[in-house]
Design a protein around this ligand. Structure first.
Ligand SMILES: *[C@@H]1O[C@H](CO)[C@@H](O)[C@H](O)[C@H]1NC(C)=O
Ligand SMILES: *[C@@H]1O[C@H](CO)[C@@H](O)[C@H](O)[C@H]1NC(C)=O
Ligand SMILES: *[C@@H]1O[C@H](CO)[C@@H](O)[C@H](O)[C@H]1NC(C)=O
Ligand SMILES: *[C@@H]1O[C@H](CO)[C@@H](O)[C@H](O)[C@H]1NC(C)=O
Ligand SMILES: *[C@@H]1O[C@H](CO)[C@@H](O)[C@H](O)[C@H]1NC(C)=O
Ligand SMILES: *[C@@H]1O[C@H](CO)[C@@H](O)[C@H](O)[C@H]1NC(C)=O
Ligand SMILES: *[C@@H]1O[C@H](CO)[C@@H](O)[C@H](O)[C@H]1NC(C)=O
Ligand SMILES: *[C@@H]1O[C@H](CO)[C@@H](O)[C@H](O)[C@H]1NC(C)=O
Length: 658
């Protein structure tokens, strides 16, 4: 037993010490998609991409460890569906239908916040939308989540295309845009912060986009270079292709631009030249270009000329990559470092802990913080090996502007350095935020989270915002007066309904914005929900989708349903089929063992099914579904068809109906 406890202890310690780095191994593939009526073409792309990714990775180790789907519309978003079972995920996506109302503004950022709050570190999210965000106030929270989880968010924005001049001069009306320029800019800003792309295409161009997204979702993708220019600027960029890199690929997002690529041997090729040999293929969809490069080891260059904003990302496939976190020396009883849950402080010294993945022998030779908007300014850190493949990097003065992290290293026996970059753009801040709180949240009680804001700037009113991924009610002071050089305190109070299920995590983000609005910081706190109230409720069934082809001759036709079984308190223990003649499959929702996903398919000759749903403290209910109710049900809506037997404690049985 001693060994057992010791093991747990060490793991907690390790997690605490290097949260980010220990989270690096599992990777999720997440789709966040609008499901309003106008989105049916986009949903078809989500289905095609999911199929293509899952089929191409079938039977290989090269597949995402987790799949996440978050639908959104207006006013709803969710539920989040999370599963490690790729076949089940494919089935659920295959049955997504465009159902939501209101084709105007949608809850896209709420859907994204939900996905970011439950995806592991270093994931890829693809968000599909054709509508402006209704919840723009979540922008800073979403950026905070992107920074802290180092997640890449790619946006597929349809029908936001600028009227082209030729059409207009032909006398056509300017095309109406569903998304105004400023609304599309919000998505571009979020993509840029995360190192992802904001791909803007027409509905007609969508099918071509499928291939692109499938490529993006390849695993073992490393970022060799990532840059963006918000104003049209002519600029030159360099990147290194090392021996371990295959399929070097350049992504450029932006309109009306030209470029010149230079290879390590000095050969060059211009964008207008389709016969050169450096670029082996070019694809353009909407504002997005993909260039496949010939593999040549060494330093490449790319020069871009444009009057418009653009982003550039050079990727390749390689096992060798890096993980890092901003850290501070641990205050606990052990030596070591804690990951920061805020932005690092600007203008003072800072620390990063870097580790190289995919090579035991690799060493880090250089770490630089590179200004995002102009590549010319770099801050070099002092690198010191900590053993076990970890490197501590000390930076004298943290940059006051947005930056990316660039790491150079050497794999033993190799004659060249490799170079990798963080896709994520980071910021340091002059504001500091601290909060100390328990990490357990008991529904039905109030959770008080006291926090302290400090600044070295002038006196003024700091704006406070608080947001949580559980959608729980909260109160907090919206303005705090802060004397320059001093600190001030506030409290966020959260309350969750008594029936909030145990087991899930909630992320609370508290933000502070400087009086002039130019600087902000946040602190991100994670709470486990533990529901310890007397539990008398049985699990409930939510019909995610039903498809039924039943006709007169039942033997020729079939029906199938997908159901999510949840329990508001203790969590689902088991689900059994008690009536029906069909294929009954269940799987646990990944990361949340309290939720079970059920699929059931049967011939129309067996048009009824019933299952027994039991929670962990023994409350029993049943859910019945039939082939016949012909209403089409979308993912965001739910229907409860439970004739339930409620067990009160383990003794009293009562019959009730929902
Ligand atoms: C700060 O806010 C308070 C209350 O809203 C207001 O009375 C005060 O004038 C503000 N101070 C400054 C420096 O803006
Ligand atoms: C900081 O603020 C507190 C509370 O307003 C005040 O008591 C204290 O004197 C201030 N300290 C400085 C150094 O201004
Ligand atoms: C803020 O709270 C801390 C403890 O959490 C306390 O030490 C400090 O004095 C408080 N500051 C003010 C200005 O009230
Ligand atoms: C922090 O303060 C310094 C000067 O004190 C300023 O130059 C810098 O822009 C500020 N940083 C941010 C992120 O606002
Ligand atoms: C239903 O279809 C089956 C298989 O094709 C056929 O054998 C049977 O005669 C059909 N029954 C009716 C009532 O049409
Ligand atoms: C119902 O028919 C559609 C189209 O014919 C088909 O794609 C689907 O798989 C069928 N569903 C079932 C449950 O047989
Ligand atoms: C269950 O369905 C299969 C074919 O789908 C049929 O052969 C069998 O007789 C059915 N069993 C019962 C008990 O209805
Ligand atoms: C249920 O699982 C079996 C085997 O794992 C699989 O062949 C079948 O397609 C699944 N059925 C559904 C409806 O998902």
């Amino acid at each position: 037993m001693a060994g057992f406890f010791l093991l747990i202890f060490v793991q907690l310690f390790e997690n605490h010490r290097m949260v980010g780095i220990s989270r690096g191994s599992s990777r999720a593939l997440c789709f966040v998609t609008g499901i309003s009526q106008s989105m049916s073409d986009d949903i078809a792309v989500v289905k095609a991409v999911t199929n293509s990714i899952i089929n191409s990775n079938k039977g290989t180790e090269n597949k995402p460890s987790l799949h996440i789907l978050v639908p959104f519309s207006d006013p709803g978003f969710g539920p989040l569906i999370r599963t490690a079972d790729d076949t089940l995920f494919k089935d659920i996506v295959d049955h997504l239908t465009a159902t939501g109302g209101g084709d105007n503004e949608e809850m896209s950022l709420s859907g994204l916040q939900l996905a970011l709050s439950s995806a592991p570190f270093n994931s890829d999210i693809f968000l599909f939308t054709d509508a402006p965000a209704k919840d723009k106030h979540l922008k800073n929270t979403v950026i905070a989540l992107i920074e802290r989880t180092q997640t890449v968010v790619n946006f597929m924005i349809t029908d936001s295309v600028v009227t082209n001049r030729r059409k207009r001069s032909n006398g056509n009306q300017p095309q109406t845009r569903m998304i105004a320029e400023s609304d599309a800019q919000l998505y571009r800003d979020l993509a840029q912060a995360s190192g992802g792309q904001a791909i803007e295409v027409t509905k007609a161009e969508l099918p071509a986009a499928t291939t692109i997204i499938t490529q993006f979702a390849r695993l073992s993708v490393v970022t060799l270079l990532q840059a963006s220019r918000s104003l049209g600027q002519t600029d030159s960029f360099n990147f290194i292709v090392d021996e371990t890199v295959s399929n070097p690929t350049v992504y450029i997002t932006g309109r009306s631009l030209t470029f010149t690529i230079t290879s390590p041997t000095g050969a060059s090729q211009q964008s207008t030249d389709s016969t050169g040999s450096l670029i082996t293929s070019t694809t353009t969809v909407g504002n997005f270009k993909t260039l496949q490069l010939q593999k040549q080891v060494g330093q490449w260059g790319i020069r871009i000329e444009s009057d418009n904003p653009y982003t550039l990302r050079v990727i390749g496939q390689s096992p060798v990559d890096f993980l890092f976190d901003f850290v501070e020396p641990s205050e606990g009883p052990f030596d070591g470092f804690d990951s920061l849950d805020t932005r690092p402080r600007a203008g003072v010294n800072g620390r990063l802990l870097v580790s190289i993945t995919g090579s035991d022998s690799a060493t880090v030779t250089e770490v630089a913080l590179v200004q995002s908007s102009k590549g010319s300014e770099e801050t070099l850190g002092v690198v010191e090996s900590q053993g076990n493949g970890n490197f501590l990097v000390q930076v004298d003065v943290m940059p006051v502007v947005e930056f990316v992290v660039r790491v150079k290293g050497r794999v033993q026996g190799s004659s060249n350095d490799f170079q990798r970059q963080s896709p994520t753009n980071f910021r340091a801040s002059n504001l500091t935020l601290t909060a100390n709180s328990e990490n357990v949240f008991i529904p039905g009680t109030l959770l008080s989270v006291p926090f302290t804001v400090a600044s070295n700037g002038p006196d003024g009113n700091v704006t406070i915002r608080a947001s949580n991924s559980g959608g729980f009610e909260s109160t907090f002071p919206t303005i705090l007066f802060l004397e320059g050089g001093n600190s001030t305190n506030g409290t966020v109070t959260l309350s969750a309904p008594k029936n909030t299920p145990s087991g899930s995590d909630v992320i609370l983000t508290i933000e502070a914005e400087s009086p002039d609005g130019t600087d902000s910081n946040y602190i991100m706190l994670r709470f486990s929900i533990i529901n310890s109230f007397n539990d008398f409720t049985h699990p409930e069934c939510e019909l995610l989708n039903r498809e039924s082809n039943c006709t007169e001759n039942c033997s020729l036709t079939a029906w199938e349903i997908y159901v999510r079984v949840t329990d508001s308190e203790a969590g689902v223990d088991r689900v059994d089929l008690i009536q029906g003649n069909g294929t009954f499959n269940t799987s646990l929702e990944a990361g949340n063992a309290g939720i079970t996903l059920v699929s059931y398919a049967a011939s129309c000759c067996a048009p009824e099914m019933e299952m027994l749903v039991v929670d962990r403290v023994g409350n029993v209910g049943t859910c019945r579904f039939t082939a016949r109710d012909s209403v089409s049900i979308g993912v965001s809506q739910s229907l409860f068809l439970c004739l339930s037997i409620v067990a009160l404690g383990h003794f009293i049985f009562k019959l009730s109906e929902h």
